[in-house]
Design a protein around this ligand. Structure first.
Ligand code: FES
Length: 161
């Protein structure tokens, strides 16, 4: 699908990009932090952002798309302002993680990664978040929230900007 949208790093991020390149022996090794940077600026990673990075780094678009689809932390669809990852793996599901995830989808009337109507939240079902001691838990942007039940999870998310 062709698109007329364009993207380029803003001045600060272009400087950050150049600084990233000094940390690695080859350009390709900087791809993950560069994708984080682009996603931070654009919110998600659509085709025109991938094209820009491909030209900038001389990496084929297909390779960049493979990386984006491999990692849960990169989004090739539009997402809400806040990313909420709910763990449904074994430790968390023993304490109701799956029910919490389903309950949140229902409460916010949304689906996997689909932004809520107000654009505030995208919910993402996850495998182990590496915080089993907090089971059942979720990650809200960069913060872990644990020992949840559906009521406390909803309350936490209703406070988000
Ligand atoms: S199983 Fe949920 S954080 Fe590990």
């Amino acid at each position: 699908m062709s698109t007329t949208e364009t993207f380029e790093f803003n001045k600060d991020n272009l400087a950050t990009y150049k600084e990233y390149l000094t940390r690695y022996d080859d350009v390709e090794s900087a791809l993950l932090p560069v994708l984080h940077l682009a996603q931070e600026q654009n919110g998600w990673l659509p085709d025109h952002v991938v094209s820009y990075i491909s030209l900038l780094m001389s990496i084929p678009e297909i390779k960049i798309k493979e990386v984006i689809s491999f990692y849960d932390m990169f989004y090739d669809v539009p997402v809400g302002r806040n990313i909420v990852q709910v763990c449904t793996n074994i430790s968390c599901s023993m304490f109701g993680g799956r029910e919490i995830y389903q309950g949140l989808l229902k409460h916010f009337d949304t689906g996997y990664l689909t932004p809520t109507r107000d654009g505030r939240i995208s919910l993402q079902k996850m495998e182990c978040l590496g915080a089993c001691e907090l089971a059942p838990c979720m990650r809200v942007n960069d913060d872990f929230v644990g020992n949840l039940d559906l009521t406390s999870a909803i309350q936490k998310l209703e406070e988000l900007p």
